[in-house]
Design a protein around this ligand. Structure first.
Ligand code: NAD
Length: 478
């Protein structure tokens, strides 16, 4: 797969090339063109011009039809998308086949349905009303697109997370400039080909490749032609983008980092909690923003939980690598830090040896830690790898205080069979999502996002339509 920019309906490869590295064995997969400021300008200009073309007047039904054709196009090139996502990320094939690619097609279908099926919500709402003192008036609300939307996505779920924003942005009638992560450019390029074939007017969707800081990401987020920014990535990057966007008061929707807690009460089904934690901490080698890195277990079942989880984690195999050498080094630096901070390593703690080509890749061992104080950096900072720390608690109040003692607030998991406790505890956890006796069970219509340093705003279902469109009040005196 050759990564290319897609600007104003034309594929191009200008800009200096940088290498794309296979995380499985460290070999070079190909090269990626780094968009210059000129390429970014062209993309933003093309997007702005497209809003004045047929896209600007296209009805909701026609827009929904285009979204459906994009979904069909993804389905038709399913294998190509799977191969590209597996090559860039090194993830197990099954993950791309069951999560990444079906969810990408699903994102376009869901917003086509929402747009076509609910025009009154997505497009206009009419409220007959009364304006005091000035006689009778009719007030109604028109939902207008924001304009040119810059979408900046991370490497961990490249296709899924970019389409999660592209689909609602297009549904609302915006034009898009996508900058995928420099680590994972390939599925975005196939998506541009699908969109090109789906008959979206030129310039409505644009793709520019390259790096973030001091490069494409910064050119885009500080661009005066960009009307809104939808970003998924690290909290520190979100802060940098906000500073850059401040000059033009550009609105942002942010899905950021996490240090997600799980609470395991003594009344939980312990085997289910262990099963669930193996998934919640180690799926995609912990490289999902929703993964659990802090686990708090009621003291009476603490030892049993640790023992059972450690046994399962030691037996894990077939896991994927970290995305890059740099990220592998970051995760291993936290494994070393944990030891320095006084952790007990219950499982893992280093880099594995396979005696095959994977030894050139970027693997780390799934790791379970105990014994650290809450002040330890290992317990406070997002590591974004296959690692969790387990600590005991004695009371429900203490468990809640521990869960909430974090600058982050993305997702949490509560394991209990006590219904009252579940309802009592869940609303008090300071995270945008609370799962009870499950993890990552997602209904795409529900609000998704974080509190505190984990994000700004909500996406999902109609919540995304709220961000990607602007309600405008029209008041007519009768
Ligand atoms: P990152 O912040 O390093 O990069 C994300 C994107 O931002 C990339 O495309 C990058 O090139 C770009 N970027 C970097 N610096 C920039 C700058 N100064 N200006 C503009 N763009 C810039 O994140 P990552 O390492 O790719 O992804 C992992 C992070 O994403 C983790 O923190 C994870 O928790 C978070 N994440 C959050 C969610 C969520 O829904 N809340 C989902 C997935 C990942």
């Amino acid at each position: 797969m050759k990564a290319q920019h897609y600007v104003g309906g034309v594929f191009r490869s200008d800009g200096p090339a940088f290498p794309l590295i296979d995380p499985v064995d460290g070999s070079e997969l190909g090269t990626v063109p780094e968009a210059t400021r000129e390429v970014v300008d062209d993309a933003v200009t093309a997007a702005g011009a497209a809003l004045k073309g047929p896209w600007g007047t296209m009805g909701a039904e026609e827009r929904a039809a285009v979204l459906r054709r994009i979904a069909d196009g993804i389905q038709a090139r399913f294998e190509e998308f799977v191969a590209a996502e597996v090559a860039d990320t090194g993830r197990p094939r099954a993950f791309a086949e069951t999560v990444d690619v079906p969810r990408a097609a699903g994102n376009f279908r869901a917003y086509a349905d929402l747009l076509y099926g609910r025009p009154e919500r997505a497009y206009t709402t009419q409220i007959p009303g009364w304006s005091s003192g000035a006689g009778q008036a009719l007030n109604y609300t028109v939902r207008r697109p924001l304009g040119v939307v810059a979408i900046i996505s991370p490497w961990n779920l490249p296709l899924l997370l970019s389409t999660w924003k592209i689909a609602p942005a297009l549904a609302c009638g915006n034009a898009v400039v996508l900058k995928p992560s420099e680590e994972t450019p390939s599925t975005a390029t196939v998506l541009a080909q699908v969109i090109n074939e789906a008959g979206l007017p030129e310039g409505v969707f644009n793709l520019v490749h390259g790096h973030g800081a001091g490069a494409v990401g910064e050119f885009l987020t500080g661009h005066e032609g960009v009307d809104a920014i939808a970003f998924t990535g690290e909290s520190a990057t979100g802060a940098a983008i906000m500073r850059n966007a401040a000059d033009h008061v550009t609105p942002v929707s942010f899905e950021l980092g996490g240090k997600n807690p799980a609470l395991v009460f003594a009344d939980a089904d312990l085997d289910a909690a262990v099963d669930g934690t193996v998934r919640s901490s180690f799926t995609h080698s912990g490289q999902i923003c929703l993964c659990t890195e802090r686990i708090y277990v009621e003291r009476s079942v603490f030892d049993e939980f640790v023992e059972k989880l450690a046994a399962r984690v030691k037996a894990l195999d077939g896991y994927g690598p970290m995305i890059s050498a740099e990220h592998r080094d970051k995760v291993l630096s936290y494994y070393r830090l944990a030891k320095e901070e006084g952790a007990t390593i219950v499982a893992g703690g280093g880099a594995p040896t396979f005696n095959d080509e994977r030894d050139g890749g970027f693997y780390v061992e799934p790791t379970v830690l105990t014994g650290l104080p809450e002040t330890a950096r290992t317990v406070r900072e997002e590591i974004f790898g296959p690692v969790c720390h387990i600590a005991p608690f004695d009371t429900e109040d203490e468990a809640l205080a521990l869960a909430n003692n974090s600058p982050y607030g993305l997702a949490s998991t509560v394991w209990t069979t006590n219904l009252s406790r579940a309802h009592r505890v869940a609303p008090k956890i300071e995270t945008g999502i609370v799962w009870v006796n499950c993890w990552n069970l997602r209904d795409l219509r529900t609000p998704f996002g974080g509190v505190k340093a984990s994000g700004i705003g909500r996406e999902g279902g109609e919540y995304s339509l709220d961000f990607f469109s602007e309600p405008v009040n029209v008041c007519i005196q009768i």
